[in-house]
Design a protein around this ligand. Structure first.
Ligand SMILES: CCCCC/C=C/C(=O)SCCNC(=O)CCNC(=O)[C@H](O)C(C)(C)COP(=O)(O)OP(=O)(O)OC[C@H]1O[C@@H](n2cnc3c(N)ncnc32)[C@H](O)[C@@H]1OP(=O)(O)O
Length: 333
């Protein structure tokens, strides 16, 4: 069933107008990030990179139709693009955005998370964690130009960035809405939110699965700036210029112990081995296993992710993960 939905998602996606551009081979020339012509774009079918070598900046556009969900292929391509840019000394910063205004990213691809073999979940989960770590620990300055809705994993990706500019459109909500789907944001999603908006706001936001519209998102601090939709790119570029005016941006911040707060120095040293593990314990199979799903409806995939016992237990664990809060204690007892 999940496979059928996946195939349908893919087939429909390829017929969507904004997907047509995917057939354009990477390597075509096009407008540079700075607006000039003739600079060679590169990337892959699902990730378009528009370099502006003169500015030392590349615009990385996600284009994985229909909703920029994190399929395994997409995550792989995104990481390859990031690595390419990191290895090229021309670039000091990237602006991460969507090639499909209206949707920044719908987060984890739900079709990757049910009806598959355990090995697939391991591989997929590893790729998700890799995406998080690699963006979070990148030596490039990363500015998110959020030009669409950004739930769950989409929000996480933006939280790995140094600065978030959100387009002022009431439809463009952002947040960790997992509990609304009957699933649980892993502790590192939660930690990213805590570091960004503070403990109490994060606690409430995660428990209620809040998706913040722009004004609210700015008020709680999940984004740094809200601007008219047509100014998202230009604002991201001005912010980038500010950051790049500092001789050592990300490494400098890390050395001062200011940035990358989720990863303690100890964890940083061991990140690859201690963090890249499957989330589920052996006695706690992948919570979205198809056999546990009562249905997988054709539209609005998340609506089908009903809360079930194992998920509830995970939820309790996440809430307890908030530590000393009395409510967590009550729930855990
Ligand atoms: C258990 C451990 C994991 C815990 C951490 C989880 C993190 C996550 O990221 S879970 C994913 C959370 N994502 C969401 O809640 C977003 C769900 N999607 C939406 O709310 C909407 O689709 C939208 C606002 C992003 C876009 O709305 P709209 O433009 O109206 O488009 P549709 O809803 O019609 O969707 C189009 C098409 O895309 C499929 N789809 C949507 N989201 C996903 C997804 N995350 N993964 C895979 N596919 C997705 C949707 O089913 C539609 O398919 P068709 O009906 O076949 O066209």
């Amino acid at each position: 069933m999940a496979l059928a939905v996946g195939m349908r998602v893919l087939t429909r996606a390829l017929h969507r107008p904004w997907a047509r551009g995917l057939r354009v081979a990477p390597g075509r020339t096009g407008p540079a990030a700075g607006g000039g012509d003739g600079v060679r774009c590169f990337g892959s079918p699902r990730v378009l990179v528009e370099p502006d070598p003169a500015a030392g900046v590349a615009v990385v556009k996600m284009r994985n139709p229909p909703v920029n969900s994190f399929s395994l292929e997409f995550l792989t391509e995104l990481l390859i693009s990031l690595e390419k840019l990191e290895n090229d000394k021309t670039f000091r910063g990237i602006i991460l955005t969507s090639d499909h205004p209206g949707i920044f990213s719908a987060g984890l691809d739900l079709t990757e998370m049910c009806g598959r073999k355990p090995e697939h979940y391991m591989e997929y989960w590893k790729a998700v964690q890799e995406m998080w770590l690699r963006f979070y620990l990148s030596n490039l300055v990363v500015i998110a130009a959020i030009n669409g809705v950004s739930p769950a994993g989409g929000c996480l990706l933006s939280l790995t960035c140094d600065y978030r500019v959100l387009a002022n459109n009431p439809k463009y909500t952002i947040g960790l809405n997992e509990t609304r789907l009957g699933i649980v944001a892993p502790f590192w999603f939660k930690d990213m939110m805590v570091n960004t908006v503070g403990y109490r706001t994060a606690e409430r936001a995660l428990q209620l699965g809040l998706l913040f519209p722009p004004a609210e998102a700015l008020r709680v601090g999940v984004v740094d700036q809200v601007v008219p939709e047509d100014q998202v790119q230009s604002t991201a570029r001005s912010v980038m210029a500010q950051w790049l005016a500092i001789p050592v941006c990300r490494p400098g911040v890390q050395n001062q112990g200011l940035g990358r707060a989720v990863l303690s120095p100890e964890a940083l040293g061991e990140a690859p081995s201690c963090l890249i593990q499957p989330l589920a314990a052996p006695d706690d199979p992948w919570p979205l296993d198809a056999s546990r799903q009562s249905a997988f409806p054709p539209r609005g995939l998340p609506a089908c992710l009903c809360l079930q016992a194992p998920l509830f237990l995970s939820l309790v664990r996440t809430l307890v993960g908030f530590g000393v809060h009395p409510k967590s204690k009550r729930i855990s007892s």
